[in-house]
Design a binder for this molecule. Structure first.
Ligand SMILES: Cc1ncc(COP(=O)(O)O)c(C=O)c1O
Length: 387
């Protein structure tokens, strides 16, 4: 017996490898502080949890949920896009609830790419864009995200024969892992580019509500006409501290969403109705707590920036959004060897930039998703680290 050959082209998910290292460190008695993975440390507000409990206690909320999400959830998602981003969407054809955005991202490749098709993916980037293309036998063209371009891909550097072959482009702002943000005018250029070459533009925006210093991230769908070529993925995981609940959404181009639901209806059977009901509460209730939560992240960002920039003297940008710092490592190390040394000597776990693609080499990704008290301890340990 053997597993499918397609697994040969898939490296083990980076965080599974990291977990093995952490187990070893913990077995040696190290108090590990995990600044590697980007999961919010806090729970959602009590009214969201109460809505889940209330709905879960209803006898009628335990059956199969259907493929399209409840009308109330679809309406809440569309209304959220209208009030938060000024984007108007059709509640029937232009929104699709997902079991977390990761599921939708992976299934989008099944829905849109045939074997041998080409996907344009950011490098460094969230690994699922690349892996989902590989899983369906598609090819990947890397769009380098370089510091000198503000970690935006240079669309004019994509060769025209590549653009003509491409069927799908992934973008992600606020960006994981670089922490970069994109302006609406960059999104306009991306929409123009994808319209010219008839490429499905998939914009992944799960950090749009994790912003600092008064910044507000735009939606790509706010570009006039974007829906002709674009789908945006979003999620309650980071915006509402609901990463484990698995609620995401895809919005925009109706043809792409119809293809996605056709695939999904053969794979999953929807989101637990009680979770959908609680997600409605999350999206329609008081959103003011988000600013307080972001202020906490911002404090952690500043604690870590102080060490990386002032104590270590590394080149590191101050992110205006997202959960991550993206410092450049000192010469003489690979990102993996530097991350290993940090873990070994301080017990602080960070992610090597190479985990996100070849152009992530030379960087570390450091997350603010631990309590402020733990981040403070981590910052003190890191301050004493010599390299
Ligand atoms: C860029 C990006 N997209 C998607 C996801 C997946 O989020 P979800 O929890 O909605 O599946 C993550 C999670 O870390 C992410 O960083």
């Amino acid at each position: 017996m053997r597993a499918a050959r397609r697994l040969d082209s898939l490296p083990i998910y980076v965080f599974a490898l990291l977990d093995a290292k952490l187990k070893m460190a913990r077995a040696q008695g190290v108090d590990v502080i995990k600044l590697d993975i980007g999961s919010p440390d806090g729970p959602p507000p009590a009214d969201i949890i109460a809505a889940l409990a209330r709905s879960a206690s209803e006898p009628t909320r335990h059956g199969y949920a259907g493929y399209f999400g409840t009308p109330a959830l679809r309406r809440a998602m569309v209304d959220y896009y209208a009030s938060r981003f000024g984007v108007t969407l059709d509640v029937v054809n232009e929104v699709l609830p997902l079991i977390g955005s990761k599921e939708g991202i992976a299934n989008m490749a099944l829905a849109w790419l045939d074997p041998g098709d080409l996907a344009l993916v950011p490098d460094p980037g969230y690994p699922t864009y690349r892996m989902s293309a590989y899983m369906v036998g598609a090819e990947v063209y890397d769009m380098p995200l370089l510091a000198e371009n503000g970690f935006l891909p240079r669309l004019d550097a994509i060769p025209s024969e590549i653009a003509q072959r491409a069927r799908l482009m992934w973008l992600n702002y606020p960006n994981n892992p670089t922490g970069a943000v994109a302006s609406l005018s960059f999104f306009e250029q991306a929409v123009d580019f994808c319209r010219r070459y008839q490429i499905l533009l998939c914009h992944d925006a799960p950090y749009a509500d994790v912003c600092y210093d008064g910044y507000r991230a735009p939606s790509l769908l706010a570009v006039p006409g974007a829906k002709e070529v674009a789908v945006e993925f979003n999620s309650l995981s980071k915006s509402h501290n609901m990463a484990g609940w698995r609620v995401g959404m895809a919005l925009g181009n109706a043809t792409a969403l119809a293809a996605l639901v056709q695939i999904k209806s053969n794979i999953d059977s929807g989101i637990f109705l009680a979770v959908q009901d609680a997600a409605v509460t999350a999206l329609t209730g008081d959103q003011s707590w988000i600013a307080g939560r972001n202020a906490e992240y911002q404090e952690r960002r500043d604690l870590l920036l102080d060490v990386l920039g002032n104590d270590w003297g590394l080149s590191v940008a101050k992110p205006q959004a997202g959960l991550y710092l993206w410092p450049q490592i000192p010469v003489g190390y690979t990102s993996a060897s530097f991350a290993d040394r940090i873990l070994l000597e301080t017990g602080v776990s960070v992610t090597p930039g190479s985990a996100f693609g070849p152009h992530g080499e030379g960087y570390l990704r450091i997350s603010v998703g631990q309590t402020t008290q733990r981040v403070r301890v981590a910052a003190e340990r890191l301050r004493g680290f010599r390299f």
